[in-house]
Design a protein around this ligand. Structure first.
Ligand SMILES: CC(=O)[C@@H](O)[C@H](O)COP(=O)(O)O
Ligand SMILES: NCC(=O)COP(=O)(O)O
Length: 243
């Protein structure tokens, strides 16, 4: 069964927008786990614009499911991961100024570097995953880095699916078949949503985990809005009736 790991970056974005501690990332993560999620994902970025490095330490203390930290393995990220020892580290080659992750690794060019950092994480008992595009040569090279898993970068699938091009899943199916042959576990993420997740899952063999943040939080707002607007209306009515 594919595990759902909820990315809580957007909870931190909302928190940071007011400078206080609401919503509280730890409390929300605990609740997300109690609602049934099988993992919590964070992607601290060097400018700490959403998740702060301190959040990683706070979450490590309370996450009881799988804790997945994603990011570019620059020295301070490596130190953070080694200090917090999450269940899994997902290596993502994102530029410091990237708005969001926008490419997978060139596992051929970065083979030696990846081998080195992956060996260090594995020696510390941390499962490793490499964020990657659907390119067979790059997936073959991911296998020789020593990584336990790959995370398929699903933005292109999501874009094609939204346009009604359901064939867009094919390279992902082929990549999953190849990764399985190579002994790699398969994760996936980026722009997965309530619209596309079922179709993606149906078409990807051996899909171990999806990490979902942006759409899941946006969908939660939409699906909760009616309820919350009515709760405010009710409070206003009761407050006025007590004057
Ligand atoms: C690795 C990946 O796919 C990203 O989606 C990411 O983890 C989300 O990062 P942001 O929340 O900073 O866009
Ligand atoms: N690894 C992908 C992730 O954690 C969340 O990506 P998104 O759902 O915010 O696009």
């Amino acid at each position: 069964m594919t595990k759902l790991s909820v990315n809580v970056n957007k909870i931190a974005t909302l928190r940071n927008s007011r400078g206080a501690d609401f919503p509280n990332v730890v409390k929300v993560s605990t609740d997300i786990e109690s609602f049934g999620a099988e993992g919590i994902t964070i992607h601290p970025r060097p400018d700490e614009r959403h998740i702060r490095y301190k959040d990683a330490y706070d979450l490590k203390k309370i996450v009881t499911t799988e804790f997945n930290i994603e990011g570019n393995p620059i020295p301070k990220f490596i130190d953070l991961v080694l200090a917090t020892k999450p269940t899994q580290v997902t290596l993502v080659p994102d530029a410091v100024d990237a708005v969001t992750s926008n490419a997978g690794w060139d596992t051929i060019k970065n083979q030696d570097f990846l081998k080195e950092v992956i060996a260090e994480f594995k020696a510390n008992g941390i499962r490793t995953s490499v964020f990657i595009d659907t390119n067979s040569k790059l997936i073959e090279a991911a296998a020789t880095t020593g990584a336990d898993r790959i995370e398929l970068y699903t933005e292109d699938f999501a874009t094609q699916y939204a346009k009604g091009n359901f064939e867009g899943v094919k390279p992902y199916t082929q990549s999953a078949v190849l990764a399985t042959e190579l002994g790699l576990g398969i994760n996936a993420g980026h722009d997965l949503s309530l619209d596309n997740i079922q179709y993606f899952t149906e078409n990807i063999p051996n899909l171990l985990e999806v990490s979902i943040g942006h759409a899941l939080i946006a969908e939660s707002l939409y699906l909760g809005l009616e309820n919350v607007v009515n709760m405010y209306k009710h409070k206003l009515k009761v407050g006025n009736s007590k004057k």
